[in-house]
Design a protein around this ligand. Structure first.
Ligand SMILES: CC/C=C\C/C=C\C/C=C\C=C\CC(=O)SCCNC(=O)CCNC(=O)[C@H](O)C(C)(C)COP(=O)(O)OP(=O)(O)OC[C@H]1O[C@@H](n2cnc3c(N)ncnc32)[C@H](O)[C@@H]1OP(=O)(O)O
Length: 248
């Protein structure tokens, strides 16, 4: 039926390393150029994890040129996903913090597994960093200004039930039904003529995408100088240590 399934596979936690981001963007571009493909189901092959978001090791202890290169690729993936002409449905089969949530938010419809261990949200403030304006814009577009304001400040990671209530996801289903539900949602969306759906999607999303496009270079510079600060590097160090200690 012209539907591709993209499975994120970067063990152990599907963090979005530079290599992973680049491969993702290229795969997406190929699908976009394949006229037989009308829809993509985005899911994960890592058990219990949709995506741990941006790779913290790409943002910690590197040089400014690396940060700039990394951020350019984060922007590129976001622009491609958010403005895709294809129907994107995410089958969220695990934890989905920060950049993981961002991937899901780019989709046209989000189905999440009903497992309270899985959480989703933009938790950047918990790491001592700030979600960029275009993450924020997409959050506001999805859940409204007040909910986004609160969730961004608190770095809220929502359980599936909470995510459904606030509108971060569209549907929560038993874990073993995530994929079948994503497929049935896709079938419904495929019934809409592509041209009218695509024009409508473009009308809804263009202003948000253009907002980044017109200041991409400045955004890269902001990110690079922000992430290079000693205080921010210190926060990231502490967060990485906390992740390590969780194990021991
Ligand atoms: C003024 C403003 C201007 C500009 C904007 C500025 C800044 C914006 C900057 C950045 C925005 C970033 C968005 C992001 O996506 S940041 C990433 C946020 N991600 C997280 O907080 C998730 C952290 N991870 C977890 O919570 C958990 O790992 C988990 C729930 C995903 C999985 O838990 P598990 O118990 O199954 O696994 P762990 O033992 O915790 O982890 C295994 C292994 O993986 C490492 N790891 C986890 N997450 C990441 C990651 N995101 N990047 C890199 N590595 C990660 C973890 O440390 C473990 O490593 P070791 O095995 O100990 O080596």
């Amino acid at each position: 039926m012209g539907v591709a399934v993209m499975k994120l596979r970067n063990p152990p936690v599907n963090s979005l390393s530079l290599e992973c981001l680049t491969e993702f963007t290229i795969s997406l571009e190929k699908l976009e150029n394949d006229k037989s493909i009308r829809g993509v189901i985005l899911t994960s092959e890592c058990p219990g994890i949709f995506s741990a978001g941006l790779d913290l090791l790409e943002m910690y202890g590197r040089n400014p040129a690396h940060y700039a290169e990394y951020w350019k690729n984060v922007q590129e993936l976001w622009l491609r996903l958010y403005t895709s002409n294809m129907i994107l449905v995410s089958a969220i089969n695990g934890a989905s913090p920060a950049g993981g949530c961002l991937l899901a938010l780019c989709c046209d419809y989000r189905v999440m597994a009903d497992n309270p261990k899985y959480t989703i949200g933009l938790n950047e403030s918990l790491l001592g960093i700030v979600a960029p304006f275009w993450f924020k814009d997409m959050y506001v577009n999805t859940i409204g200004h007040r909910e986004a304001e609160r969730a961004l400040q608190l770095g809220t990671l929502f359980s599936p039930a909470e995510a459904l209530k606030v509108g971060v996801v569209d549907e929560v289903v038993p874990e073993d039904q995530v994929h079948s539900k994503a497929r049935s949602v896709m079938t419904k969306w495929l019934a809409i003529p592509d041209h009218s759906r695509q024009l409508t999607k473009n009308m809804m999303r263009k202003a948000t995408a253009d907002n980044l496009i017109k200041q991409r270079e400045a955004d890269i510079q902001n990110f690079t100088s922000f992430i290079s600060k000693d205080s921010i590097q210190k926060s990231l160090h502490m967060y990485l240590e906390k992740l390590k200690q969780k194990k021991g």
